[in-house]
Design a protein around this ligand. Structure first.
Ligand SMILES: *[C@@H]1O[C@H](CO)[C@@H](O)[C@H](O)[C@H]1NC(C)=O
Ligand SMILES: *[C@@H]1O[C@H](CO)[C@@H](O)[C@H](O)[C@H]1NC(C)=O
Ligand SMILES: *[C@@H]1O[C@H](CO)[C@@H](O)[C@H](O)[C@H]1NC(C)=O
Ligand SMILES: *[C@@H]1O[C@H](CO)[C@@H](O)[C@H](O)[C@H]1NC(C)=O
Length: 498
């Protein structure tokens, strides 16, 4: 037993400072202050008169970046994180790779992206994969590890070790290890925009939750879901690989690889840094509502696209994604970003989800309502109408209560670093048309044309604010085509119905 009085005396006596110690302490403090002053003077002269510009081919050529962060551990400045600093680790299997690689090939860039798909065996049909696809590695044998989740698959052990096997390759200049599934689609420029918010010399675990609350309850809210992809900084990976094998056995009852990794994170004491652009897409049905109401964050990833309907009507899954990606490439930062404006002459509301869809309402509705996702999908496991980690609103049966809907039809870059996107009216055969005159007039609008300036990725380092828009042909011209201009909001501007 500890005697509380003795312990207290011991603590007090060890805290007593001798005069010699005090003198040494004061001298050290003065020295530290002088050193700090000279360092800050150095930085003042080095950086006050000019920015250091780093050009990087991954961003738009004309749009040079000026993100510089200070390496806090050494006091050195380091350049923007680019694709060469990212090592991807994709979880795959020999049996499904030939089918699934179509998703990886949508974003993989030969000679630019670094990383591997980790398979359990050689891919069928030969050992050489086309150059459009990530090169493969065969995972180490994992039969010595425990796996006791009765409804899961042992392959989770192999997937959990991808980060360790990637780290142990010892490749040069890797700042981030980014994990994903073989059916994850990454949006690379935006991934970099997000990673550049964080210092890779510190321990970061960046990703997102599942959209389905039932999943977060069963698996964890503290976890970055593996399909949506997650990023582990080099500093964290170095600590993770030391404990990972032990965690795999300790968390043998956990279903997924991402859960086992999170078990380790919990032991190290690192929470997930949630970024809203990572999408696990743990939903069933039509993902329209989810994509059309994207949060104010860059689109980083999409997953499970094989399990939901194609994102554009009348197209295959892969063709749909190519279409979205083609628009994305014109203005990565703006992809799926939402804006609302009113045509006050006609009492209409316009909602644009850039690069994907637009909606025209023959009445003035509040942004509060317009920003809420239409419930076009169900939860992942129980296929219910929710709950999700965000609010939804029902798609009304009455066609007069639904907006006229448009889907991306063209996307072009135009002079002055701007884009023109056009959205064409979509008629759903199974739904009767509303016959109210205001609705019929709105249905007469065949296209919504949207003009916007390319969004500088630097905007994502600032306080988020939805961009504003205005209908620029509110007069007589708007019978067939509504023209909209998206721009930054003015001071004190709000989307307020009169
Ligand atoms: C990324 O930055 C490094 C310097 O940190 C540079 O050597 C490399 O060429 C860059 N890679 C790309 C793809 O821009
Ligand atoms: C940042 O500082 C740490 C510690 O001094 C060092 O190991 C690392 O290489 C530095 N990173 C860069 C990019 O300079
Ligand atoms: C691209 O990759 C190919 C095949 O891996 C290689 O032969 C070639 O040298 C690379 N090109 C560049 C520009 O790095
Ligand atoms: C728009 O709505 C206002 C208020 O409800 C109404 O006074 C006005 O007549 C409407 N305008 C048109 C063109 O329908």
């Amino acid at each position: 037993m500890l005697d509380p009085l003795k312990t207290w005396k011991f603590l007090v006596s060890s805290l007593t400072i001798k005069p010699v110690d005090l003198l040494v302490f004061l001298l050290k403090a003065i020295l530290a202050i002088l050193t700090l002053a000279s360092i800050s003077l150095f930085f003042h002269f080095a950086f006050s008169n000019q920015y250091i510009w780093f050009s990087s081919s991954i961003f738009n050529k004309n749009q040079q970046q000026k993100f510089i962060a200070v390496n806090t551990s050494s006091g050195r400045a380091y350049a923007t994180t680019n694709l060469s600093h990212v090592l991807f680790g994709i979880g795959g299997s020999a049996k499904t790779w030939n089918e699934r690689r179509r998703y990886s090939e949508l974003w993989w860039r030969h000679n630019v992206t670094r990383g591997f798909v980790w398979l359990d065996d050689k891919p069928p049909g030969g050992e050489t994969l086309p150059l459009t696809s990530p090169p493969y590695k065969i995972s180490e044998d994992t039969s010595r590890f425990k796996y006791t989740c009765w409804y899961g698959s042992r392959s989770a052990v192999r997937m959990a070790r991808i980060v360790k096997e990637s780290f142990e390759l010892g490749l040069d200049n890797v700042r981030w290890f980014v994990m994903g599934d073989d059916d994850t689609v990454f949006f690379l420029e935006n991934l970099l925009t997000v990673l550049n918010k964080y210092d890779h010399n510190q321990m970061y675990y960046v990703g997102g939750n599942s959209e389905s609350v039932e999943q977060d309850v069963i698996h964890s809210y503290n976890m970055a879901y593996g399909g949506g992809g997650f990023a582990i900084s080099h500093a964290l990976a170095a600590e993770l690989v030391k404990v990972l094998d032990g965690c795999i056995d300790r968390y043998a009852s956990f279903y997924g690889s991402d859960q086992k990794v999170q078990g380790c994170m919990s032991e190290i004491g690192i929470p997930v840094t949630k970024e809203l652009g990572f999408h696990q897409v743990d939903i069933r049905g039509n993902p329209y509502g989810l994509l059309a109401a994207h949060p104010l964050a860059p689109l980083v990833s999409l997953h499970h696209l094989e399990y939901v309907e194609p994102i554009f009507p009348g197209m295959t899954r892969i063709e749909s994604l190519k279409k979205l990606i083609a628009a994305y490439e014109k203005d990565p930062s703006r992809a799926l970003q939402h804006s609302f404006c009113y045509d006050l002459k006609r009492n209409r509301s316009v909602s644009v989800s850039w690069g994907y869809t637009a909606q025209l309402y023959p009445y003035l509705d509040t942004p509060k309502k317009l920003e809420t996702a239409f419930s076009t999908f169900q939860s992942w496991r129980t296929r219910k109408n929710g709950p999700f980690t965000f609010n939804t609103r029902p798609v009304e049966k009455d066609p007069c209560e639904r907006p006229v809907t448009y889907f991306l039809d063209r996307a072009e870059s135009v002079k002055g670093d701007r884009t023109l996107t056009r959205y064409a009216r979509h008629v759903e055969e199974s739904v009767k048309e509303c016959e109210r005159p205001d609705h019929t007039r709105a249905s007469g609008v065949k296209f919504i044309g949207v003009l916007s300036a390319k969004l500088d990725p630097a905007i994502w380092t600032m306080a988020p604010r939805r961009q504003c828009c205005e209908v620029i042909n509110g007069g007589e011209g708007a019978d067939h085509l509504v023209q909209v201009k998206i721009r930054g909001c003015h001071r004190f501007e709000a989307v307020t119905p009169p």
